[in-house]
Design a protein around this ligand. Structure first.
Ligand code: ADP
Ligand code: MG
Length: 256
């Protein structure tokens, strides 16, 4: 199990529109924790600030107020390995699937002698056996997203940040990918902060759901703990269907 945890205290983020100079408060006093090995999902409507939050947490955006941290035993750990998976695969188009994974392995310092084995292992695990030497544009959108997942897991991240990674896929492919994500996650329980606008997906995946309301001044306004749902999860399980209804109702209440 990952020993890294996520902690966000009093996060504020303002966007200033150049030209007009007007300010949009995207995030206002966001506070959250993700325990080591926990799968937490942020659920909220489009535009509520989910990507803004992950950008701050990942370090892509350093222009915010408040504190975001990956911690180990309650102490800031700046060296913790974090993988960030986006809604689009964001593969390097001029490199094959294998080279895309190896590029990430190189970037985090794995020795070259291990690249081929590690890349093959994860390419096979995400179901792309036989496609390692294909270029991204030779693959379907779903296959490209699998390659991006292989790249994310291959670096053995302690923390996974996932921004609506399945929302561009058709529902059947998305279901298969969620199932595969959970089996990869259950093998070694990395700490996951997942983001979605889909309440069904949130209930299927998570230990805990944090609901964000629409901005301006968006923040976590509700929490649903799903510890009572057994894994592996089944969409039709009555307890899970009950939770889906509950979460959807809360979401509607906070959005309207
Ligand atoms: N670069 C930017 N400049 C100005 N406003 C932005 C920028 N990025 C996001 N926003 C605004 O911040 C809010 C949150 O956006 P975002 O985090 O992308 O939402 P989500 O990921 O939940 O759909 C939205 O109202 C969006 O218009
Ligand atoms: Mg977004």
């Amino acid at each position: 199990m990952s020993s890294a945890s996520i902690r966000i205290d009093a996060l504020y983020k303002d966007f200033t529109t150049h030209g007009s100079g007007s300010t949009w408060r995207a995030l206002e006093n966001v506070n959250l924790r993700v325990a080591p090995g926990e799968f937490v999902t942020i659920l909220g409507p489009s535009g509520c600030g989910k990507s803004t939050l992950l950008n701050a947490l990942s370090g892509l955006d350093a222009d915010y107020q408040g504190r975001v941290a990956i911690e180990r035993n309650g102490v800031l750990d700046e060296k913790a390995r974090v993988a960030y998976l986006f809604q689009e695969p964001r593969l390097l188009q001029w490199l094959t699937v294998r080279r895309n994974v190896e590029f990430a392995l190189d970037a985090v310092g794995f020795p070259k002698s291990e690249w081929a084995d590690r890349a093959d292992k994860w390419i096979n695990l995400v179901g792309l056996k036989g496609f390692a030497d294909f270029y991204p544009l030779q693959l379907s959108g779903g296959m490209q997203q699998r390659a991006a997942i292989a790249r994310a897991f291959a670096i053995e991240p302690e923390v996974l940040l996932m921004d609506e990674p399945f929302s561009a896929l058709d529902e059947l492919t998305a279901r298969r990918m969620r199932q595969e994500l959970l089996s990869l996650w259950e093998a070694d329980r990395r700490t996951v902060l997942f983001v979605t606008h889909n309440s069904l997906e949130a209930v299927y995946l998570s230990d805990r759901i944090l609901i964000m309301k629409k901005g301006p001044g968006s923040h976590v306004c509700d929490e649903v703990v799903l510890a009572h749902l057994q894994r592996p999860r089944i969409y039709e399980d009555p307890a899970q269907v009950e939770s889906q209804k509950d979460v959807l109702q809360r979401l509607i209440r906070h959005v309207s």
